[in-house]
Design a protein around this ligand. Structure first.
Ligand SMILES: Nc1ncnc2c1ncn2[C@@H]1O[C@H](COP(=O)(O)OP(=O)(O)OP(=O)(O)O)[C@@H](O)[C@H]1O
Ligand SMILES: [Mg+2]
Length: 149
């Protein structure tokens, strides 16, 4: 896997704080398109997607975890956002089936992938990754953003 050249550490103390980071992250991660969200169950990956969707101007009333639908699509003002959860995918064949590479090849698109680190092929093509982990106190989360310039 190619190495990341840039790193930014962020911290939030509430769900709303994580939502608010969406704005900053959309500015930070232009133009990367395929972004892997890493972190344990309940870390706040989907919450961050909601914040990013809001920052892009998408209607987020119903942004939920795509665990069962696998792929959800939102239209922002300029950018189309795909939210994908690979938690339940078993192998590369199933991965091919959801059309991830075709999504990431589009223009004006941002593809956010939860549990993308389960697949080496996804990590190889990722333009950035965001690690979300617990902080020292309840509701605190530490984010580590990696990308390349
Ligand atoms: N600072 C915080 N940021 C995000 N979520 C928080 C924070 N503090 C508490 N929470 C709670 O943690 C949970 C995060 O859930 P979320 O669905 O975003 O996690 P996830 O990483 O997508 O999990 P999964 O791997 O199951 O998809 C929510 O219940 C939210 O209210
Ligand atoms: Mg989730």
């Amino acid at each position: 896997m190619r190495e990341w050249t840039r790193e930014k550490r962020l911290r939030t103390r509430s769900e709303n704080g994580t939502l608010a980071l969406g704005e900053l992250i959309t500015e930070l991660l232009l133009p990367p398109k395929l972004v892997v969200l890493r972190g344990p169950l309940g870390a706040g990956k989907t919450t961050l997607v909601r914040g990013i969707a809001q920052a892009l101007g998408a209607d987020t009333a119903d942004v939920s975890s795509p665990t069962f639908t696998l792929v959800q699509e939102y239209q922002g003002r300029k950018t189309k956002l795909y939210h994908i959860d690979l938690y339940r995918l078993e192998n590369e064949q199933e991965l091919e089936g959801i059309g991830l590479w075709e999504m990431a090849d589009q223009d004006n698109v941002l593809v956010l992938v939860e549990w993308g680190d389960r697949f080496e092929s996804v990590m190889e093509r990722a333009d950035a990754e965001i690690l979300i982990g617990p902080g020292e106190v309840d509701n605190e989360r530490l984010l580590l953003v990696h990308w390349r310039e």
